[in-house]
Design a protein around this ligand. Structure first.
Ligand SMILES: *Cc1c(COP(=O)(O)O)cnc(C)c1O
Length: 382
């Protein structure tokens, strides 16, 4: 009889076959405290009451999946990830919908990419359904933390790390899969402003055969110095070039890039093709779809710094923007390079940049019909 409550809790969601996602009774922070955080959440500073944690052991598979109180982890100092960076992550958002429900945006794509990242780092993948179950369970449990202010969201951070205590260099035999959530404010609370970028000619982000096309922690560690260099040069962001020729534009920081050629209804979009050294962004893919539906030609191809510079000079390249889950779309205004600086447009965000930005935000926040089935409603626990 005493097990009834626990049984009813554990039976509502399965993590993997035979492994329930156990939902613990998590202490809630007082409503007033939560409201104070949601007033001005910023980005990545505040975390919700709960987290999902599951463990993997070679021979046992995924075990002990639970929704539990957000709390520090206990790791052995020899845990493999601390030494060899066997660690991957994802980023997606939950959006308060006008009807009071909560939806995540294309989480299946994040789940699929998480599997690809795991395989590249020789980690056991989290099954896509388990990933979705974990994200849903966390959003459902911490529904009160989904902010409802303009363009506010709940950012979800799923990640997986090797925790086996062992200093030998080989894939670990023990992992944690964790999902945490952080309320996020509007990325541009005081209006959208173009960023300045610095072309990284000393450092590269990704080389053919490397890990540039997956979301592994090490990629970000290796990018920090170039980003510091960009800031030292008075710029907001670093732009990465291809490793082989340092001629083609690849990405901006942790975001994909688009170039607008021409103007008005005939404007064409170019985005660097996925050569294996770019991260295939879900925002990128969504914008390709949306822009085509609006009647624009979108081409995925290589795009050189020289084409960018010459296009800006002769007026063919009218706008440039970067895109990713965190900021959705960020306009690029000025470019700093050893080979000479240049400016895109007149210092204001371009019209197509702003139209696409608004359109994607409207879909995500449920203000226009979701004709692609991109929104995933988070169902309340059964
Ligand atoms: C995550 C990421 C992106 C953007 O991907 P989204 O799925 O759109 O958020 C772009 N570039 C890099 C390097 C990234 O890590």
């Amino acid at each position: 009889m005493t097990d009834t409550l626990a049984d009813s809790r554990t039976s509502s969601r399965m993590f993997t076959e035979g492994v329930p996602l156990v939902v613990e009774d998590v202490p809630r922070r007082p409503a007033a405290e939560r409201a104070a955080v949601l007033e001005d959440p910023g980005f990545g500073r505040h975390f919700t009451d709960s987290m999902v944690v599951a463990r993997y052991r070679t021979g046992e598979g995924w075990v002990d999946a639970r929704l539990t109180a957000y709390a520090p982890l206990q790791l052995d100092p020899s845990a493999a990830t601390l030494h060899y960076a066997q660690s991957i992550f994802e980023g997606l958002k939950a959006y308060a919908q006008p009807d009071g429900s909560v939806a995540t945006f294309r989480p299946q794509s994040n789940a699929a990419r998480f599997v690809r990242s795991a395989k590249r780092l020789a980690m056991p993948p989290v099954p896509e359904d388990a990933f979705l179950t974990a994200a849903d369970a966390l959003v459902d449990a911490d529904r009160d933390w989904v902010p409802t202010g303009p363009d506010q969201t709940l950012y979800l951070r799923p990640y997986q790390l090797a925790v086996e205590p062992f200093l030998g260099v080989r894939p670990a035999h023990e992992y944690l899969f964790i999902v945490i959530a952080s309320p996020a404010g509007a990325y541009f609370p005081r209006g959208v402003h173009p960023v300045s970028v610095y072309l990284s000619e000393d450092y590269i982000r990704a080389a053919p055969g490397g890990t540039g096309d997956v979301k592994c922690a090490g990629n970000y560690a290796a990018s920090l110095l170039a980003q510091e260099q960009a800031v030292a040069a008075g710029c907001d962001q670093v732009v990465w070039l291809d490793a082989m020729e340092k001629k083609y534009v690849e990405e901006m920081g942790g975001m994909n890039l688009f170039f607008v050629l021409g103007e008005g209804a005939d404007a064409e979009l170019v985005t660097p093709e996925l050569t294996g050294t770019l991260l295939p962004g879900i925002t990128r893919e969504s914008l390709i779809t949306v822009a085509r539906e609006l009647g624009h030609t979108v081409t995925e191809r290589r795009f050189s710094v020289e084409e960018w510079r010459a296009g800006v000079a002769d007026g063919t390249v009218t706008e440039t923007f970067a895109c990713g889950t965190a900021a959705v779309i960020t306009p690029v205004g000025t470019v700093k390079a050893r080979t000479g600086d240049f400016a895109v447009g007149d210092g204001q965000p371009g019209p197509l940049t702003m139209q696409l930005r608004q359109h994607l935000l409207d879909i995500q926040h449920g203000r226009v019909p979701d004709t692609h089935g991109w929104l995933h409603r988070v169902a309340p626990a059964a």
